[in-house]
Design a protein around this ligand. Structure first.
Ligand code: Z5A
Length: 253
């Protein structure tokens, strides 16, 4: 299987989330209008953002690698990225989030903001410019991970999670979100043999936490059926790849 490409762009670009101007014309509203002019409303049409979600060991990384090859072979311009990470700053945040010592005691609120910071950078540095270039972006986790892990898993209330998510992504919402659904036990069994020099803070959660995460994804998918595709992640790698390729290539046209 070819190694997954890590895409870190050379240039950064301005993302364009613009507030609706107030009724009265003031200097501030005039500035806001200038921003409206600079926004590129057509960019979401040009490329496509496909996020992959699911609990640990659900097979996201494996499927992104397989599907990127299928997209490339079919002549689509495709890039792969991940969260947290995907940019230089994001990868530093990833390291902190995954390998901070237990004595650091990162609070759920600080954790939420760190994930959001990594995402805010990824959106502006990589996702917006790639959509502008018409690329298909396969993203290993995106904002739904925060909704589920920090919202459902860590039980931070929905409102701050939503506000912070929205602030981080602006108007960039995935066009399609794939959920690889596996029982928590299956995911755990798949990753337990992993050997690494560094202890992983996130992987030390209980099985109950991952049960909640799974339920959270299924609820989200039920609420947003037009965006989500849920696939049985406990099937064989080849079965999942074929199923996803059929679904995605049909939707992309
Ligand atoms: N997190 C968060 O809390 N809030 C956020 O906003 C964001 C993230 C963005 C990121 O960890 C952690 O951050 C994650 C959520 C949290 N934490 N947890 N816990 P990560 O990026 O290191 O890991 P991950 O995203 O959870 O993915 P993963 O553990 O690497 O698993 P995966 O990518 O879904 O699966 P995989 O690597 O493709 O496969 C795992 C193993 O299973 C591997 O040996 C494969 O060969 C095997 N596999 C894959 N598919 C199959 C099938 N179909 N059958 C059998 N075996 C398979």
């Amino acid at each position: 299987m070819p190694p997954r490409k890590k895409a870190v762009p050379k240039k950064s670009a301005k993302a364009a989330r613009v507030r609706t101007p107030a009724k009265k014309k003031t200097t501030a509203t005039a500035k806001a209008k200038t921003k409206v002019k600079r926004a590129k409303p057509t960019r979401k049409k040009r490329g496509l953002l496909i996020s992959f979600e699911g609990s640990e060991g659900s097979g996201k990384t494996s499927q992104i690698s397989r599907l990127s090859t299928r997209f490339e072979d079919a002549g689509y311009p495709v890039i792969c990225t991940r969260e947290p990470g995907g940019t230089e700053i994001g990868e530093e945040i990833r390291h902190l989030l995954k390998h901070a010592s237990p004595s650091t005691k990162i609070s759920p609120q600080a954790e939420l903001l760190l994930f959001a910071a990594s995402r805010a950078q990824l959106v502006r540095e990589l996702i917006v410019p790639s959509l502008d270039k018409g690329k298909i972006i396969l993203c290993d986790r995106f904002l739904d991970s925060t909704t589920v892990y920090q919202g459902v898993g860590r039980q931070i209330s929905a409102e701050p999670v939503h506000i912070i998510n929205t602030f981080a992504v602006g108007d960039i919402i995935p066009d399609i979100t794939v959920v690889l659904d596996v029982p928590a036990e299956t995911g755990f069994a798949r990753i337990k043999h992993r050997t690494t020099d560094l202890p992983d803070r996130m992987e030390s959660e209980t099985i109950d936490f991952y049960r909640k995460v799974r339920e959270g994804y299924l609820l989200l998918a039920k609420a947003l059926p037009e965006r989500f595709i849920v696939v049985d992640g406990s099937r064989s790698r080849k079965w999942i790849e074929d199923k996803l390729w059929n679904e995605l290539s049909q939707r992309i046209g």
